[in-house]
Each structure stands twice: as structure tokens, then as C-alpha cells.
Ligand binder design. Sequence first.
Ligand SMILES: [Cu+2]
Length: 217
Amino acid sequence: MKNKENLRTITRHLLYLTLLLSFFILTHLSLPAYDAQDENGAVSGTIKVFRARHSGDAVVYLEGAGIKKEYPPPQEASLLDQKNLVFHPRVLPILKGTTVNFLNSDDVQHNVFAPGKVEKFNLGTWGKNGKKERTFNEPGEIVILCNVHSEMVAYVIILENPFFFKTDEEGHFKIENIPPGDYQLKIWHEKMKLAPQKITVVGGETTEINLELTKRK
Ligand SMILES: [Cu+2]
């Protein structure tokens, strides 16, 4: 009786093992069937910004015929804080349709308004820990100001696809998960400009590109 039960348990385990093995073999065997072109690629490199304190706050983004026109915006809102009389972050790139929470973390009152062409608005003036939100649906650059402190400025950059990256202070960027194809790599910077660059993204590979921003807008 005991032996029979043991045998049954062993048989059951063997069956599970066989199923598991077949699953792994099947999934791994099917991998080489995918062409490298079915995989996405990446672009990375460094943007050196001249005549600036550092190489950060440059927004690198892609445009191209192969990119879809509509991407669902993130569920989570982005944050633009006002702390120590400065907007944080100074440059906020977002995907079109994203909601931005405007927060005041200071003891003094701050205001938020945009005098620009893409969107013109004034969210009002409020005190510590107060928050207002706004959703941005039009692509472009929006200059954000505070009418209490004239030196405060931030830039919301609204982009049409998720293939963008804001450089760190060393100028590094990396855009991942890009469908293979030809693109125009563009750069937004507060003060500097550069002509669009042609790049090719190859599936499963990272295209390296290093650029310099030397011309003023
Ligand atoms: Cu202010």
C-alpha cells in the first residue's frame, strides 16, 4: 500500500517535471524565430551644453514617420514644486495629455501663470502645501512663471510620444524601447539650439550619439 502511494507521488512529480520542461523548451525554441528587427532598440549618448552651468535640462526627443500619433498619457500626474523660491524641476518634459500637479512647499505665497502662445493661463496664488492641477493636451513649450517672484521660471515641454529623455548634469541621456527605423533626433534647451539629427535605430542595439550645443537660440 505504502509503495503504491510512493509510486503515485513519484509519477505525479515526473509528470509535472515533464510539463515544465516542455514549456521551457517550447518557449526557448520559439525565440530564434523572431527576427532582430522585431525587437526594439535604444539611443544613448551625451549632450554637451556650452555657455551653461551644466549640461543638464536638455530634452532629447524623437520624431519620425514610423511613430504612432497617439500614446495614452500616464495615469500618474507629474509634479512641479515651488521650494526655496525656485521651481522644481526647472524643466519638465511630459507626454501630451499628462496632468501636472503644481505644489507650493514654501512658507510664502506663490502664483503660477503661463503667458505663452501654446497655452495662456493663470492658476492663481496660494500658500504652503496648496496644490493645483492642469492637464496639458497641446504639444509645445510652456513657460511657467510666478507673478509674486519675477525671477522664478520653469518650462513644461509637452511631447507627442514617449521617446524623450531629460539629460542629467553631465549631459547623459538614454531613450529605450524604440521601434527600429529612421528618426529625427531633436533637442530642446532653454538657451541653446541644434538642428535635428538623423539617426537609425536597429532592433536589439543601442545607437550612440554625442552632440554639442554651441549656438544660442
Ligand atoms: Cu513665487
